[in-house]
Design a binder for this molecule. Sequence first.
Ligand code: C2E
Ligand code: CA
Ligand code: CA
Length: 753
Amino acid sequence: MKPKKSKSDLKIAEDQAQILRERAELLLPEDTSSLPKDLSPEKMQEQLQELHIHQIELEMQNEELRGRKAELSAEKERYFDLYELAPVGYCTLNEEGEILQANLTATILLGTPKSALIHHLISKFIIHDDQDICYFNRKKLLSTHLPQTCEVRMMKSDGSQFWAQLNSSISKNKQNKIILNVMLHDITERKKSQSDLSIAAIAFESQNGIVITDTKGIILRTNQAFSRITGFNSEDTIGKPITIVKSGRHDKQFYDLMWSTLKTQGRWQGEVWNRRKNGEIYAELLTITAVKSEGLGATHYVGNFSDITEDKESEAAIHRLAYYDALTGLPNRRLLQDRITQAIASSDRSGAYGAVLFVDVDHFKTLNDTRGHNMGDLLLVDVAQRLRSSVRQSDTVGRQGGDEFVILLDNLSSDMTEAATMSQQLGEKLREAMERPFNLNGVEYNCKISIGISLLTKEDTIDDLLRQADLALYKAKDAGRNTLRFFDSAMQEALNLRTALESELNDAISQDQFRLYYQPQVDRKGHIKSLEALIRWSHPQRGLVAPDDFIHLAEETGLILTLGKWVMETACSQLKQWEMHPHTSALKIAVNVSAKEFRQSDYVAQVERIIKASGINPLLLKLEITESIVVENMRDTIEKMNALKQFGITFSMDDFGTGFSSLSYLAQLPLDQLKIDKSFVVNIPGTKNDEMITRTIITMGRGLEMNVIAEGVETLAQREFLEANGCTAYQGYLFNRPLPITELEEFLKRDQD
Ligand code: C2E
Ligand code: CA
Ligand code: CA
């Protein structure tokens, strides 16, 4: 819209018309007498014609003038549009910087009316800090006469600021004076986005590694910190999948969770182990942000990370300091407590016993006092090392403080006595580990330890356990050191007995305290066909000890090997003696063989040696093996059985039906006999289940062409049931108890008679 002409403009026009009129009157001739007085009609006509033409001429001139005037005012409006309302501000300055003219845009930009601009210095509208820029710019323009540009902050009259670009050029006015034409652009917006960009650029090149990927994880951009941390420069990475930094330390589940969090929440933060270009694994704290575009969902991912490997390392160092003993490197009291708490919880879940052992170095104080603390420290380090190498990887050896160590055995056994035995055995192993003298800086030193043990169950608290183990340790010290003690006295008693038995058992062979008893095995007619050799221990104080009370112990200690050999030799020499008498020469002897014996690699050779040495007929020797032997190693069992069968030895499967009996293995074994376990026999007839098992075993045996014997036959009813179902041999109190050789021979004589 054009602005209305101002009042002052109209006034100027009126004034100009008046001046013209006055001048015209002055030009009018004063003496009008020179004009003709009387004119002929022709002349008049001529004059009139002349006037008429003149009038038309004037009219035409007027018309032209009006047209020119209209053109001028249109021009003026155009000028107003172009100049005053130009999109940039225009100012005309003199050499000193005084504003001579300014367009409307300039007044709007500066928020200042023209009257307050004209005749003022332009520097008045430039902020103080930028005035020099403007000054030098003007100086350069004046000296070079070349157009100049500068950017300055200008100030409106209300005090607000804006960024302006000033483009100035030089020209001369009508009076031939130099004037400066200045164009003013408001560049505030551009400046702002420029600074936003430089802020973004600075932020991108921050200390943190930044990586931008597309939604498929292909790297689009990385910053310098990324290269510094990972060792991969941008050529290595751009266009590659982000997985190039993967360390392999996290499983699929970890990444799956990361992606699903990113998808649902648009952001993920966590610690990640990645791999540098040189293969080194490092830890980073990573934040991934999804860049979303409206309607499109995520378009990019921005990963921002810092290298926290050092933090992790110092974290680990702090952890070491907090949880490990500086001298020995063992877990300290705090970590031990953690582990014991865990062990109690684990015992609650598994129902198994654990144990806490308190280990104390005997006479440590004396060493410390007489040889100095350095020596003491050396010993502690060595003791710690020996303790550590004596336990399982899963057990904890910790230093409780001073010369006290704690050993935590987790998950020993759900049987209390067994758990106690295991911890006792370990305790003994620890004591043995100290037997070798220590070398402390060239000085030989003998060190013993005392041990207190408390079994750990789910009912215990950590305080209970430590107190009990400590008490047990004092008992051990009281007992003269270099020993171990249990907290629980009943358990201690049981273990004492066991320990005593163990040492006595060791001597029993050399002291000839074992006896072989023989229990007859009869056929349908009740005729004795063979005898099972059953061992007894004739203990000088305890009397006759049954095998159930010592075979297990002998198996555990390995004594069973010597014992087994003794049984085999005794049985064979018995066979040899019987060979000479017609009424005993056909009798067989069945010998029980333990898994541990049978597993010996030279078992076959041992048996061969004994049968050769005794000179018996191997056909008379029957070996009773159990399913546990077979289950351990089927192939080895079959091989050994076949080798022994080559000599003529026969085999009976003892305790059949109680183990893992399965037809598949039974058919592969070169067995001669199945022995129905007495636990089934005791319930027949009457218990349907056991009746069925018994019947099945008999049928199975016959199908496999093995003879079937029932053990533990005590009643006639049992015998009749068995017979009715096809069983052909029996053993049990109904016929005979196991008898010592003299009684047996008497019985055999009577049986003959
Ligand atoms: P086993 O091989 O099952 O031996 C049978 C057990 O049942 C014997 O116990 C025997 O005395 C007992 N018995 C016999 N008839 C009856 C009866 O009518 N009723 C009842 N209730 N029991 C009867 P024993 O002699 O105490 O032997 C126990 C276990 O000791 C044997 O079980 C065997 O596993 C083991 N054993 C015995 N002697 C030896 C041996 O020389 N070497 C090995 N490795 N183990 C042996
Ligand atoms: Ca047996
Ligand atoms: Ca048996």
